[in-house]
Write a new protein. Structure first.
Length: 284
């Protein structure tokens, strides 16, 4: 099971719980507005609460007098920083006559903050969950070559583009890969290549390609998408064509299967471009 098969349902579950909470607080607020009546109260003080994420927040302690002369004191449920009310301030109040302790300061923040908060969670987690669930899975048995015209040179701003040449299955030893290699000594040559090894190196994946007169090994985090790896940061390259490495430019990508992709690497007058696949080898 790949990550999307776990992440999608998990986010949908969180979105579902958030939707239920949003409906609950919306229904509770609507019922309170239906059953309550307006009056005025006075802020008697502020209560402080602290957590590492939001810091110190302040909730007003409000007192009001019912028509029967009963003094009711309540603390607002939602805090803020800085405090929205100050001691001694007269504020509007709504309360339920049959249960005066059910009292709130009316307004968007006091009445609708919690429904809106959980609605935002519903939209965010539900949207991500739907996207992850419906996104195409990369678990197919055959590794298709990436459907991209080429890879921009991410270091020089797009000056070098590697054309992904479709592999000719008739080429001996091609293994589904065709590379254009220029080793600095002459005209670039198009050569069949085969995947010698594909293995996991911790969280990264190492791919070793061999071709006539040379070899290429690169290590990068496997992923799906056209975003390029930056040599020297999240891409390590070695082999017979490249030596210094520090001046290397270009990129490598993986396709959905994480066992095939395209390569565009340049170091001075040396370069390797083209398509590669390790579909003929067992999954790492």
């Amino acid at each position: 099971m790949d990550g999307s098969e776990i992440i999608g349902p998990s986010f949908l579950a969180v979105g579902g719980v958030s939707a239920l909470l949003a409906l609950f607080f919306f229904w509770r607020t609507r019922r309170f507005l239906r059953d309550s009546i307006p009056t005025q109260g006075t802020v008697m003080g502020l209560t402080e609460s602290y957590d590492s994420e939001s810091g110190t927040t302040y909730r007003p302690v409000v007192q009001f007098i019912t028509p029967e002369g009963q003094a009711i004191t309540f603390t607002e449920t939602v805090g803020s920083s800085p405090p929205r009310y100050q001691p001694g301030q007269v504020v509007p109040v709504r309360y339920v006559p049959t249960n005066p302790q059910r009292a709130r300061i009316p307004g968007w923040f006091g009445l609708w903050f919690l429904p809106a908060f959980f609605l935002l969670f519903t939209v965010t987690f539900g949207g991500v969950g739907v996207w992850q669930t419906l996104a195409p899975s990369g678990g197919g048995e055959e590794a298709a070559l990436p459907a991209v015209p080429g890879l921009p040179d991410t270091t020089t701003g797009g000056g070098v583009v590697a054309t992904v040449v479709p592999a000719d299955p008739g080429l001996p030893g091609a293994g589904g890969s065709v590379l254009t290699v220029q080793d600095g000594s002459g005209v670039p040559s198009v050569v069949p290549a085969s995947c010698q090894t594909i293995r996991d190196r911790g969280k990264r994946r190492e791919v070793s390609l061999v071709f006539e007169g040379g070899a290429l090994t690169f290590t990068a985090d496997p992923y799906t998408g056209p975003t390029a790896y930056q040599p020297g940061t999240n891409l390590q390259v070695k082999g017979s064509v490249f030596q210094a490495g520090a001046q290397l430019t270009g990129a490598v990508i993986f396709d959905n299967s994480e066992r095939a992709g395209a390569v565009n690497l340049t170091e001075g007058s040396k370069s390797v471009t083209g398509a590669w696949t390790c579909a003929n080898l067992p999954k790492p």
